[in-house]
Design a protein around this ligand. Structure first.
Ligand code: ADP
Ligand code: GLC
Length: 485
């Protein structure tokens, strides 16, 4: 029996801001219980719903380093053991993340508390699987501060990059203070770039917690093959391409899956009319009609409904969408947006909804229920991201029969096969150059096929729905990795 601990800052169903939570919530369930004991540790945020918090049981509490409280709560849910690191001072906010300055201290504390609690709760994992920068100090602590303790010797670590843009970066002075790590960690090439200009005072050097995770972990993974190559280049490497190139033999790109129980149009309770690949041609349209009514859009059957469900940030290619809106709205389309994030993008979509009331519906909020309705109603789905480590929304769209229109980058490139009218193959539309005109060109092509070649369109939907983007395939690759370790 292999014992594995996931350490992360979010996990479905407890707390979610993006795809990280989906992955941490669904991947552990994909392993056989006979061979794997996979447990998950996240912070005990107040933002977690009372329905879960009320059921947690405190199994241990102690003072870490004789000065700071750590509580460990436990909940068995859906066959998985979850631990929640409890500390009111750090995790009592209404949202999981604050600003970077505070988050550095909160997640340094979290990473150390996770390790410190393991001997006390009696769980010694063979492998600690760390996700994103918030857990990236785990391999650093493990291989420095905790090495004196026999309990921790031989525990292996994996650092999974879900998004290199977020690294937990500040100067050495501050990170040293919040993390309490030994000086050796701050030599160039460890938590600091090997190219650091050492003529300036050390406390001012730029320091990245994620870099620490990449240096000190045994293996590194990221969430698609293409992204694993992209991040070894300066364009996508966000200042870490040196270490990723250097460790490329220990870097695996493993495409994400989605939870096929949660995301199943045949059984989904959050949508009005269930359907499957067998009957989507006759059933799916009812969802579009209902959503049009709900969002005050004209109930036009032939208007191509485009869905967009996203964090509204620079990553997501929303500048391209801005660049096409006037031309887009002259076509027979409807755009349904669901997202929150940067105020410039939130206001941009509010503005277009005001300017084109029958065409654009801007839902500037977080709503799981509405997300399900959009996936099951939209004819096509936009993911024009500038970069996308994996992307889950295009996978959900394929499963729900909304044809994805994507920029060929990262996981989008690895999961959407471009439509080829010559031999009627492909599962979506994609564009290589990052430009508004290319995006519009692909939408126009989609509109043409939708209106003029509906049978080809439906066959494309069918091919997408027939693909398997569950964890079936990728969990086997993780098993291979775990067994090598
Ligand atoms: P990222 O992790 O970069 O945000 P992903 O495509 O991997 O992108 O995952 C996004 C996840 O978050 C999907 O499950 C998507 O449905 C969900 N999501 C994003 N924004 C919202 C929102 N406003 N309301 C509901 N779900 C959302
Ligand atoms: C990140 C990425 C996204 C990926 C998700 C889950 O948030 O932006 O592309 O799908 O993590 O791995």
């Amino acid at each position: 029996m292999k014992k594995i601990l996931f350490v992360a800052s979010e996990c479905v169903p407890f707390v979610k801001t993006g795809g990280l939570a989906d992955v941490v919530g669904s991947l552990p369930k994909a392993f056989s219980k006979d061979d794997y004991d996979i447990r998950v540790m996240i912070p005990n945020y107040h933002a977690i719903k009372p329905e879960y918090r009320d059921k947690m049981e405190t199994i241990y509490y102690f003072q870490m380093d004789n000065r700071i409280y750590v509580g460990v709560k436990k909940l068995e849910y859906d066959g998985i053991t979850y631990y929640f690191i409890d500390n009111e001072q750090y995790f009592s906010g209404l949202v999981p993340y604050y600003d970077m300055f505070q988050d550095l201290e909160r997640f340094a504390y979290f990473s150390k508390a996770c390790l410190s609690s393991l001997p006390l709760i009696g769980f010694r994992p063979d492998i600690i699987h760390c996700h994103d920068w918030q857990a990236s100090l785990v391999p650093v602590y493990l291989n420095t501060v905790f090495q004196g303790d026999q309990f921790f010797r031989g525990i292996r670590t994996i650092m999974t990059i879900h998004n290199l843009r977020f690294q937990g970066t500040w100067n050495v002075g501050h990170i040293k203070w919040v993390a309490g790590l030994p000086d050796e960690c701050f030599t160039p090439g460890r938590l600091v770039s090997p190219y650091q200009d050492t003529s300036i005072p050390q406390s001012e050097w730029n320091c990245s917690m994620l870099r620490g995770g990449l240096v000190y972990s045994d293996y590194i993974t990221t969430v698609s093959n293409t992204y694993s190559w992209e991040i070894q280049t300066p364009n996508f490497g966000d200042g870490l391409d040196d270490i990723l190139k250097w460790r490329h033999e220990r870097l695996w790109g493993i495409i994400n899956g989605i939870d096929y129980v949660e995301w199943n149009p045949a059984t989904d309770k959050k949508i009005g009319t269930n359907y499957s690949v067998k009957n989507f041609r006759t059933k799916r349209g009812a969802n579009k009609k209902a959503l049009q009514a709900e969002l005050n859009l004209p109930q036009e059957e032939n208007a191509l409904m485009l869905g967009l469900v996203s964090r509204l940030t620079d990553q997501k290619g929303l500048d391209l969408v801005d660049g096409i809106m006037d031309r887009l709205c002259s076509l027979n389309v409807q755009l349904v947006v669901l997202g929150t994030g940067a105020s410039n993008y939130e206001n941009m979509f509010r503005y277009y909804a005001w300017k084109y009331p029958g065409k654009v519906s801007a839902n500037i909020c977080y709503s799981d229920a509405l997300a399900h309705k959009i996936y099951s109603s939209a004819d096509a789905f936009l993911v024009p991201s500038a970069f996308e480590p994996c992307g889950l929304t295009q996978l959900i769209s394929l499963r729900y029969g909304a044809v994805p229109i994507v920029h060929e980058t990262g996981g989008l490139k690895d999961t959407v096969k471009p439509y080829n009218p010559m031999n009627n193959t492909g599962t979506g539309f994609s564009f290589a150059g990052y430009s508004s005109d290319e995006l519009l060109g692909r939408i126009q092509h989609a509109l043409f096929v939708y209106n003029m070649e509906r049978e080809h369109w439906d066959q494309m939907v069918e091919r997408g729905m027939n693909e398997d983007w569950s964890w079936n395939n990728s969990s086997k690759i993780y098993m291979d990795l775990y067994s090598r370790m």
